[in-house]
Design a protein around this ligand. Structure first.
Ligand code: COA
Ligand code: AMP
Length: 630
């Protein structure tokens, strides 16, 4: 069947389509139906099935005789380490860790925060939680103590599993002081912490609260898999919204298993036993779905890569890993390719490696610019597939479904909606727009299995964020269009979320931090275009009346403050002092207009602007930072 047949078969019978896909999952009790309509546009999938994620990702492969197959390859050019873990070893390691967690009181439904770098133990911690039916929430290692504290207070974990440190090029990231700082800041306190001591740094443990990863597993009974309901939360993953309070995206167990497993063949074109590599981080949704769960559920070999596209040690790292480990499908962010292209535009490193194992490359996380796609096509001579998704959705929604059929590639478009997604472009009143017209990108409800049923402990925020603007649709927060062939084009965000090096960040969150500086009266943060990272945050600061300190000093303090409160990953390094911010007469800051000025794009003077002269001041300030040069 081609793409259109598969899409039509879903559309004509969604229930049958997903029940059939569910056959590939090993259920303790099969679900009697796929969809449950809870009313008020809330839905659940496979709610009355009983199932365990860890069993499907690990144990079942061992029982099926594939125990000796490599489950995880750890390749760390930063620490010069390589290691392989077979499915049977993984089962034993995870069962022991789960047993030790259970012995300390972790049960089904308890939350566990995981704060770990790209080491196999991060996946083991996730799987051990899944084994017990505990709900993990992985926090990205580039986030500061304050961000970790916000997540501790929201998820209220009984335990936190962390590593002693992370490794960035040229610097050890001291995780333990960040963890201790976060626990001090948070109102909620975990019962205990488990610390994985890395060779590169041994952290000090807090007596009575912290346990050593190895020591606390000594002499415990390994734990079996605990079956949970299909609608039981598998994990919570926090993502940026418009404010500093992140959204706790809930991932439901049954739909997650069914949908991820379906994508491994139909989207990524791999069969069990093939090597699949997503060069992302376990702290992001790509890491959850395609470093940990997807490949393992499907019986693939996954790669945990602790390194960067360039500098660890050079721009040939990706090609070295692909050729050495026989990667069939590779997934990365466009920004990573831009970094490689900048260092090796002619692909000298590509020529050094045998890449005959590689069949296709997928890009996501931000818009894939045509230059980067064309460069990759020329260098690799393989299909380069842009695809679109979000933390909330958990897997691709718009994609060229290579495993079903490689459709013609249209540069600038992630291609077509996958089964489960009825994508529409809507006007402000929620009416579908004709082909080629720009509007808000939305998906008709219900969303398919595995997508977020709600936000953690925040049903109202869920409805307000996603369901209220366009009744009957899920609002993606992206704007774009659909062409006459049904190809979707994603052009911009409709909210204050920006995308920096494939990392989703909230400008509102940064503004909240900047407002905390004693000399800042008012501020605005915008995302300006950057050749490497796609976007970079840039802050405008209005100072309190009477403040006569050096502007450079205040700017430096603000840069430091964002790094301390949000983390280095925010990459907040550009800021300037201005007298006033451009606003509408009702007081709304004209951020989109400022972005256009910074990026030298044409713009219409907003009809409601209070004082157009301010825009000249903004342009001058941007020019001092190297933007708006015209
Ligand atoms: N733990 C601690 N700090 C981290 C971190 C982590 N896991 N990840 C990044 N950081 C820090 C970096 O050290 C850097 O700190 P610095 O300001 O002291 O230099 C800062 O956060 C910004 O990091 P990064 O965004 O990685 O930028 P970079 O300039 O170091 O590297 C790229 C640029 C393009 C090579 C890099 O951004 C990259 O590999 N991007 C791909 C992103 C990706 O795969 N995203 C997944 C989306 S699917
Ligand atoms: P995240 O939740 O971190 O995965 O970020 C999701 C957002 O990243 C989307 O809403 C888009 O704005 C952007 N995004 C992800 N993939 C793509 C893509 N292929 N093309 C354009 N934008 C993308």
């Amino acid at each position: 069947m081609g793409y259109q047949d598969v899409y039509d078969s879903w559309k004509s019978n969604p229930e049958g389509f997903w029940m059939e896909a569910a056959e590939a999952i090993s259920w303790d009790k099969k679900p009697s139906k796929a969809l449950s309509d809870l009313g008020d546009h809330m839905y659940e999938w496979f709610a009355d099935g009983m199932v365990n994620t860890c069993y499907n990702a690990v144990d079942r492969h061992v029982e099926a005789g594939r125990g000796e197959q490599t489950a995880i390859i750890y390749d760390s050019p930063i620490t010069h380490t390589k290691r392989e873990i077979s499915y049977v070893e993984l089962r034993n390691r995870v069962a022991n860790l789960a047993g030790a967690l259970r012995a300390k009181g972790i049960e089904k439904g308890d939350r566990v925060i995981i704060y770990m770098p790209m080491i196999p133990e991060a996946l083991e911690a996730m799987l051990a939680c899944a084994r017990l039916g505990a709900v993990h929430s992985v926090v990205f290692g580039g986030f500061a103590a304050n961000e970790l504290a916000v997540r501790i207070d929201d998820a209220k974990p009984k335990a936190i599993i962390a590593a002693s440190c992370g490794m960035e090029p040229g610097r050890v990231v001291h995780y333990k002081p960040l963890l201790d700082g976060a626990i001090d800041l948070a109102e909620h306190k975990p019962d205990f912490c488990v610390i994985f001591q890395r060779e590169q740094e041994v952290a000090q443990l807090v007596e009575g609260r912290d346990f050593n990863w190895h020591g606390f597993q000594y002499g415990v009974e390994p734990a079996d898999c605990v079956p949970v309901e299909g609608n039981h939360p598998a994990y919570i993953l926090y993502t940026s919204g418009t404010t500093g309070q992140p959204k706790g995206v809930v991932r439901p167990t049954g739909g997650h298993l069914v949908a991820l497993n379906w994508t491994m063949k139909n989207v990524y074109n791999v069969d069990p036993g093939d090597v699949f590599w997503a060069a992302s981080d376990v702290g992001w949704v790509v890491g959850h779905s395609y470093i940990c769960y997807g490949p393992l559920i499907h019986g693939n070999t996954t790669i945990v890569f602790e390194g960067k596209p360039v500098g660890t040690p050079d721009a040939g790292t990706f090609w070295r890993v692909i050729s050495e480990h026989k990667v069939k499908t590779f997934f990365t962010a466009p920004t990573a390719f831009r970094a490689v292209k900048r260092e090796d535009p002619k692909g000298e490193y590509v020529k050094k490696y045998d890449l005959s194992c590689l069949d296709q490359v997928f890009l996501a996380g931000e818009r894939a610019d045509p230059d980067t796609i064309v460069w990759a096509q020329e260098q690799l001579q393989k299909p380069i597939i842009d695809h679109w998704w979000q933390t909330e959705i958990g897997y691709p929604a718009v994609c060229n479904p290579v495993g079903i059929e490689l459709l013609p590639v249209k540069l600038g478009s992630p291609s077509v909606p996958l089964p489960g997604f009825d994508m529409q472009v809507l006007d402000e009143g929620g009416n579908p727009l004709p082909a080629g017209e720009l509007g808000a990108i939305a998906a008709k409800l219900p969303l398919p299995p595995g997508t977020l049923p709600t936000l953690w402990n925040a049903d109202d925020r869920f409805r307000k964020s996603y369901l209220t603007t366009f009744p009957g649709y899920y609002e993606t927060g992206d704007a774009g269009m659909i062409d006459e062939d049904g190809y979707v084009y994603i052009m911009a965000r409709t909210d204050d979320v920006i995308n920096v090096a494939g990392h989703r960040l909230s400008t509102g969150g940064m503004e909240e931090v900047l407002s905390g500086h004693p000399d800042v009266a008012e501020c605005a943060v915008i995302g300006v275009t950057d050749q490497l990272k796609g976007q970079l945050p840039l802050g405008f600061l209005c100072l309190n009346a009477g403040c006569n300190r050096e502007h450079a000093e205040i700017v430096a303090e603000c840069v430091k403050l964002v790094r301390e409160k949000i983390g280095p990953v925010a990459a907040f390094k550009l800021a300037c002092v201005v007298d006033r911010l451009p606003k509408t007469r009702s007081g709304k800051i004209l951020r989109a207009t400022m972005v256009k000025i910074a990026d030298n794009e044409e713009f219409k003077m907003p009809a409601t602007i209070d004082d157009p002269a301010i825009l000249d001041e903004i342009r001058e300030a941007l020019q001092t930072l190297g933007y708006a040069k015209g």
